[in-house]
Design a protein around this ligand. Structure first.
Ligand SMILES: [Zn+2]
Length: 593
């Protein structure tokens, strides 16, 4: 929603970040700086510094920083507009919106209102109606008492044609709103009928806590076990996670979310004192779900029954690539059990330790691939290495890929270079930088670990420059992208060699590099001999831009740390502002990629 710039500034001015922070965490004022226990990572001594005057914060522990809006976005899981609305309400500011946006919003509010009425209707039926006996018995069988029903707003939809429709009409709700919100539909004879009949109702809330749809479990008779709301202007299953509204603050605090399969698994984990569980609503976990989770935690743990096809299906979303910025993990549960079973059996501790001891998703998948083969047989080993190589190739980070290749080589006894060859073949279709090769100064004993990811990226870019690759014309190259003395020097040399050449025209490297035995010359000579496929210059430049900002962030942070002990409030504020700006730039760069 587009709000007026001056409104946004006014709300910012009226908001006291220190007060806002003190609502969710421990805050200690000392002189002009205020320190708080950081809600974004787990800690006991405060390392989050708040500049109340400017409304900025920065954590020395985990590096998170931002302004009042960022704070609300991160702690409450709202988008920017949501954060503006939240703080405006708090500050008593009426926001000006353009009329189109206002109309859209009032439509949303109407549908949310109708859904909330339905939630209350179903709850009431569950608690009081005589025909809800089987539903109450089902919930009791699950160990849910009245408190649980209230906490999760559970309900029962009567096994009649139009009980909800009649109720909502009495409330003055228009037929069109019932259809739009997915609660009712027209029958072939033209009458309006309830979508959900004879089912236990699990209302699904969006991240703000508004009920937007339902998952409905059948009690008896034919039909799908679970029937979910159909897509509506407020219910988008690809962007909803059941339980996130209850789990988000604990997910932020523990930097861990746990993805389970069903609504009852979510509830079981909440009741077992692990309120970090979420579930998709009748669909596989997709990119949009991960974007949602990314806002709250870096660590995402999948807790599925290891046996079931469901686990395979849920992980299928990662068949083409895995996101490198999330710590995706798998918690292995006792065989044949899902989290709800484990809790029902009284084994809450087992569930907790399964989450604590979760292993990286890639490691889990590689090991399941290897387990399919008899590694004593040469042919089976070949197949196993190919299968594992394909999985490793999914990861965008070359260093991580290398680490896994070493692991597979060790587990199979197959030489590392064959493992890396297997993953190179599968990885070559991806648009990521090429997988590792022999590196520099290889002594024939296999690839050397990279000196650092950034150094590696810089040399890849130098290699493209040496080849005078045509694609370089479309990226912005500059020596500022290079961080080490030797690569900066090498950059200057290559720039000299290729200057005056048309894009794609091959430079005469022999004469240019032949007699140069300085470190940068030696580097270029090695780079020039590397015959592996060239990476996409745009990817490399993107990586380096982030690396450059990271260096500046580290620099400003160390200055900040020094200033903190002095009384230079002005200097401190300026540094903090710089830092927030850099973090912002970094986020923007990341989201472009
Ligand atoms: Zn922190």
């Amino acid at each position: 929603m587009a709000y007026a710039r001056d409104d946004i500034d006014l709300v910012r001015d009226k908001t006291d970040l220190v007060e806002l922070a003190s609502e969710i965490t421990k805050v200690r004022r000392s002189g002009r700086s205020t320190m708080a226990v950081c809600p974004f990572h787990s800690e006991k001594t405060p390392s989050l510094s708040i500049d109340g005057g400017r409304g900025l914060y920065h954590c020395f522990g985990c590096g998170k920083s931002g302004d009042v809006y960022r704070w609300v976005q991160e702690t409450q899981g709202l988008d920017f507009a949501g954060a503006v609305e939240f703080l405006a309400r708090r500050a008593g500011v009426t926001l000006k919106v353009d009329p189109e946006a206002a109309k859209r919003r009032s439509r949303r509010e109407e549908l949310v209102d109708v859904t909330a009425r339905a939630v209350r209707f179903y709850m009431n039926r569950l608690k009081t109606a005589s025909d809800a006996g089987p539903a109450r018995a089902y919930l009791r069988g699950r160990g849910y008492n009245a408190d649980v029903v209230d906490q999760f707003s559970l309900g029962y939809s009567p096994d009649e044609w139009d009980e909800l429709v009649k109720h909502l009409r009495d409330d003055g709700v228009k037929d069109e709103a019932m259809i739009k919100s997915g609660l009712a539909s027209r029958s072939s004879r033209g009458s309006l009928i309830d979508r959900f009949r004879g089912r236990v109702m699990f209302p699904i809330f969006d991240v703000r806590g508004d009920a937007v749809g339902f998952g409905a479990r059948i009690l008896e008779g034919d039909g799908p076990k679970y029937l979910n709301s159909s897509e509506s202007p407020i219910y988008h299953k690809s962007r909803l996670l059941y339980g996130l509204n209850w789990a988000k603050s604990e997910i932020v605090r523990s930097d861990t979310s746990v993805v389970v399969e069903g609504y009852t698994d979510v509830i079981a984990m909440h009741l077992a004192g692990m309120p970090v569980a979420v579930a998709t609503c009748g669909t596989a976990l997709g990119e949009d779900h991960l974007d949602l989770l990314r806002r709250f935690s870096e660590r995402v743990v999948f807790a599925f029954d290891a046996d079931e096809a469901g686990a395979e299906a849920a992980l299928r979303g990662f068949d083409r690539s895995v996101p490198g910025d999330l710590d995706l993990r798998v918690a292995v549960l006792p065989e044949g059990k899902d989290p709800a079973d484990v809790v029902a059996a009284g084994d809450v501790d087992k569930l907790r330790s399964a989450v604590d001891e979760s292993q990286p998703l890639l490691k889990f998948r590689i090991e399941s691939e290897l387990a399919k083969y008899n590694l004593d047989e040469p042919e089976a080993r070949t197949k196993a290495v190919r299968a594992a190589g394909a999985v490793i190739g999914l990861h965008p980070d070359p260093v991580t890929r290398h680490e896994y290749a070493v692991l597979v080589s060790r587990d199979t006894g197959v030489d590392l270079k064959f493992v890396e060859a297997a993953m190179r073949r599968t990885g070559s279709t991806s648009r990521e930088a090429p997988p590792p090769d022999d590196g520099f100064g290889g002594d024939g004993a296999g690839p050397q670990p990279y000196r650092s990811g950034t150094f590696r990226t810089e040399t890849e870019l130098l290699r493209l420059m040496l080849a005078n690759d045509e694609r370089l014309a479309s990226v912005e190259l500059s020596r500022d992208l290079f961080l080490s003395d030797v690569t900066i020097e090498a950059y200057d040399k290559v720039a000299g060699i290729v200057s005056g050449l048309a894009p794609g025209e091959e430079p005469d490297l022999g004469s240019a590099l032949g007699s140069d035995d300085s470190p940068s010359g030696a580097l270029l000579a090695t780079v020039a001999l590397d015959a592996t496929p060239l990476a996409d210059p745009e990817d490399l430049v993107g990586l380096l831009e982030v690396a450059v900002i990271d260096t500046r962030i580290a620099d400003v942070r160390s200055q900040l740390q020094k200033t903190e002990d002095t009384s230079d409030g002005q200097g401190y504020s300026e540094l903090l502002q710089q830092l927030v700006g850099l973090e912002q730039q970094k986020r923007e760069l990341r989201s472009e990629r």
